[in-house]
Write a protein that binds this ligand. Sequence first.
Ligand SMILES: Cc1cc2nc3c(=O)[nH]c(=O)nc-3n(C[C@H](O)[C@H](O)[C@H](O)COP(=O)(O)O)c2cc1C
Length: 319
Amino acid sequence: MSIKKVLVVSYSQTGQLTNLTDSVLFPLYEKKDIEVVIKSIRPKKAYPFPWDFMTFMDHFPESIYLDPPEIEEIEDDENDYDLVILPYQVWFLSPSLPITAFLKSEYAKKKLKDKPIITLIGCRNMWVMAQEKMKILLKELDAKLIDNIVLIDQGSSFSTFFTTTRWMMTGKKDRWLGIFPYAGISEKDIKNASRFGWAIKEALELDKEKNDSPLCSGLKAVNVDEKLIKSEQIATKSFSIWGKLIRKVGPLGDAKRKPIVMIYVIFLFLIIATIVPLNMLIQTIMRKVNKEKVLKQKEFYAAPSGNTDERMKDFLNNE
Ligand SMILES: Cc1cc2nc3c(=O)[nH]c(=O)nc-3n(C[C@H](O)[C@H](O)[C@H](O)COP(=O)(O)O)c2cc1C
């Protein structure tokens, strides 16, 4: 068997996505005939962490409109890769700005064309709209999406609204007030993500990456929460309308944008306190009425890897 070459291009602020990626990749290092090349995306202007709230919110217009920031040029090599793994985090229901910049780079144009791609998302819990944008970006590169793996922060949607926000604003991940869980993806979920690596390793040995079909099906790669789909669609619309206006006022970081961003934040809080609960009730009823439609939607967003678990026993705890 010839050597299989796997390219991994990634960015992580807190290191969470790096840990997740390492867990997925470690089975690949077991094989001498698999070469893994990891490239980091380095934004020319580093993003702050922890974030202050206004700087955080100031980034939504560029995120939603996929305006690429400047990144350091990725050093080219002569490798012709067999598989590309793209770990990414979601920023404002869109692929994060660093990964967007990578996907619009000359390097990506050259290296991803016609290649099978596995996306690996680590985020709070709202990733569906971001992956739709990712599909468009990959299509523009003539790349072939064969798998999507998603891991989300532990706890309910209500809990993570507080724990993830607190983590982003203070850097603190610990249990909070005795009621909220640790922020971020659970250690157990990160460890168990190596099942994807074992499945990818086996598939590479059998040349399955050439088949244009998923390598990670049957491994519970994604779980689409139907309760969040409509919220993501509505929020995307709202971000798009306000983002368009804010981008017209000035570039990212411009002081002139601050008052409008502030007005939008107040507007958001008012909406969250009033219309969101009412809308949640309406959506619960609508989902009951449109059961078939919801099932179809779930299936669509779960593709290509799906959320079934029939191969878990073969690949979980394989070490
Ligand atoms: C600016 C910003 C916006 C974010 N927006 C979302 C979002 O829309 N949906 C979501 O599930 N997570 C969101 N997150 C959480 C990230 O996807 C991710 O979980 C977190 O930033 C940790 O990633 P890291 O590996 O880069 O540290 C956001 C984080 C940041 C910093």
